[in-house]
Ligand binder design. Structure first.
Ligand SMILES: [Zn+2]
Length: 219
């Protein structure tokens, strides 16, 4: 049963507005900017195959960066307190995400593993996936995104502990620069019992089941 009181309380807690550019350009301005980049790449924006590209790219950006319009705290605001005494770890693993490197604006594709040890309240499991998306669909660096997911979960649900691990491939590493494909970056943030209790952390890592992350330091 939904706990109205807790939902109310979460709403009252200071909300975290999505960062919004001071002045959002018009769609026409955004399309013009794409034309400039096409010319910068060395092509002709007026040739047939590229005529509709600026409009398509602008629409694609609305999908890529949909997270700016989402309040991550709002996603977690509806909690459930009747869990029949369930006090074990809740883990959602292998949540695929698509994000965008804030240095090169190219994709970061990866998987998130999100866990918490509830104190009293739990959220619907799909909310954890939506929380990941709210931060992924923005310009990001993986370290910041890992911390944002863990900190928001911790602040809103106030569980006994939170563990978040992200494993991702960065296209700015595979398609440019050092050109190293097949390399994944692993980041983690452990809070509460996930930080202080080695057995909790071990349980989480065993469930996630990736030997590569077994040695993740207590960060
Ligand atoms: Zn990059």
């Amino acid at each position: 049963m939904p706990d109205e009181k807790n939902a109310e309380k979460s709403k009252k807690r200071k909300s975290q507005p999505a960062p919004v550019a001071a002045e959002r350009p018009s769609r026409a301005e955004a399309e013009d900017a794409v034309r400039v980049l096409l010319r910068w790449a060395g092509d002709d924006p007026s040739r047939e195959g590229l005529i509709d590209t600026p409009a398509r790219v602008t629409r694609a950006y609305e999908e890529f960066f949909a997270g700016y319009a989402v309040d991550p705290r709002e996603i977690l605001s509806r909690t459930f307190s009747e869990v029949d005494g369930y006090d074990e770890m809740i883990v959602l693993k292998d949540i695929r995400f698509e994000s965008y490197c804030e240095h090169h604006m190219v994709p970061i594709i990866g998987r998130a593993h999100v866990a918490y040890l509830p104190e009293h309240r739990v959220v619907g499991i799909s909310k954890l996936a939506r929380l990941v998306d709210a931060f992924a669909k923005r310009l990001q660096i993986q370290e910041k995104m890992t911390a944002q997911i863990a900190d928001t979960l911790n602040e809103v649900l106030q569980p006994k502990g939170v563990g978040v691990i992200l494993e991702a491939a960065h296209q700015c590493m595979s398609t440019r620069g050092v050109h190293k494909a097949g390399v994944e970056m692993v980041t983690s943030r452990m809070l509460g019992t996930f930080r202080t209790d080695p057995s909790t952390r071990r349980e989480f890592l065993a469930i996630v089941g990736n030997s590569a992350v077994m040695s993740v330091p207590n960060s």
